[in-house]
Design a protein around this ligand. Structure first.
Ligand SMILES: Nc1ncnc2c1ncn2[C@@H]1O[C@H](COP(=O)(O)OP(=O)(O)OP(=O)(O)O)[C@@H](O)[C@H]1O
Ligand SMILES: [Mg+2]
Length: 353
């Protein structure tokens, strides 16, 4: 059952284009839900509308069956974690975490116990008497998390909480955030523009672009069955080709695709260099190497073909393998892995393949 319900949320900031344009979604009671999209697509606007810092131009938001628009931000029981940590520099770690409880006039004995619990959950117990300035970015963000959790909010909102951290720490802390969310069983909405982070952390992902929802689904849905060209290209990498470049070859790839299909797409990991035994629905496309990029655990070969440029991903490449520009290659992929899209970028069915 829906716990948080957003209906037709629309936001126009003084005369400009719509930052949110009819967004409707619902989030379950213990769900980890992620808003994913490029800069400016409206993620923060939606999050701050839920928190009560921004008033919607139209639409409404319900939490646990209750409309939020009449409830002021500080009474919404919503915890928020920000990109820039937003910790109080003059307070120790435990004072930071206790702050929201004191403001809510929680009895002192309860404050002590709850702060101790939150510190333990965020693995900050050993740092309780430190000032934030003497802590790393990752540790400071854990203070932000502990402070948001300790008030036992009905909903936890996180706006790009990891984007100021280095790559390795981001991965560690995202796993921790996910574990904590599941352990305390709280509904969470997480904002990121990092597609890998979204795939790793979420129960469901909402892909957004220019104030609108492109698709909502599990990480598997979004990655393997994207419903729009935008979702297909934003999550993971995608070869996108225009129809009409080599009609004869395209006829065998697209078979009886409808006339509305104007672009087709295939993921680099679904293309291989065509040697050996291949399944019956395999298409072979001749091409020449434009660029070879070695990335350690994989390599990318960009090839020029008569249907357009295709990037092939090779897993675990031999370190001795290199490919000169102009080197002839045969690319092989299965028809079943090809996706079709219309002029507007909506998914077009290619029928039974
Ligand atoms: N206070 C404001 N006044 C006018 N326009 C605004 C205001 N805040 C945001 N916008 C505009 O609304 C749109 C959505 O902004 P928003 O901050 O929600 O995007 P975002 O998805 O969070 O982007 P980012 O990933 O860069 O944080 C943008 O076009 C932005 O310029
Ligand atoms: Mg933002």
């Amino acid at each position: 059952m829906a716990y948080l319900e957003v209906e037709n949320a629309t936001k126009v900031y003084g005369g400009a284009a719509r930052a949110l344009d009819g967004v409707s979604l619902s989030v379950g009671r213990d769900e980890f839900f992620t808003l994913l999209g490029p800069s400016g697509c409206g993620k923060t606007t939606l999050l701050r509308s839920i928190a009560g810092f921004i008033e919607l131009s139209d639409g409404n938001i319900k939490l646990d069956g209750r409309r939020l628009d009449t409830v002021p931000a500080h009474k919404r029981d919503i915890g928020m974690v920000f990109q820039d940590y937003a910790v109080f520099p003059h307070l120790t770690v435990s004072e930071n975490v206790a702050f929201g409880l004191k403001a809510r006039k929680v009895p002192a004995a309860d404050i002590q116990r709850r702060v101790a619990e939150a510190l333990a959950t965020a693995r900050l117990t050993d740092f309780r008497d430190r000032l934030p300035a003497a802590m790393s970015g990752g540790q400071q963000q854990r203070i932000g998390l502990a402070r948001a959790m300790v008030i036992r909010p009905k909903l936890l909102l996180m706006d790009e909480p990891l984007s100021n951290l280095d790559a390795k720490l981001r991965v560690d802390l995202r796993d921790e955030i996910r574990d904590i969310q599941k352990k305390i069983g709280i509904a969470a909405i997480y904002v990121t523009h990092d597609q890998e982070e979204a795939l790793a952390i979420s129960d469901r992902i909402c892909v957004m672009s220019t104030g609108r929802i492109q698709q909502i689904g599990t990480p598997q849905d979004i990655y393997s069955s994207p419903q729009t060209l935008f979702a297909a290209s934003f999550v993971g990498t995608m070869n996108v080709l225009q129809r009409g470049t080599d009609p004869a070859l395209e006829a065998s790839i697209l078979q009886d695709a409808p006339a509305s299909l104007s672009q087709w797409a295939i993921r680099p990991e679904h293309i291989r260099l065509g040697e050996g035994d291949l399944p019956a629905d395999t298409i072979r496309v001749p091409g020449t190497v434009e660029k070879y990029t070695y990335l350690g655990r994989e390599a990318h070969i960009a090839a020029k073909t008569s249907v357009g440029k295709l990037v092939v991903q090779v897993a675990d490449p031999e370190p001795s393998l290199t490919m000169e520009q102009g080197h002839p290659v045969t690319l092989a992929f299965r028809r079943g892995h090809v996706m079709g899209f219309d002029q507007q970028g909506a998914r077009v069915s290619l029928g039974a393949r």
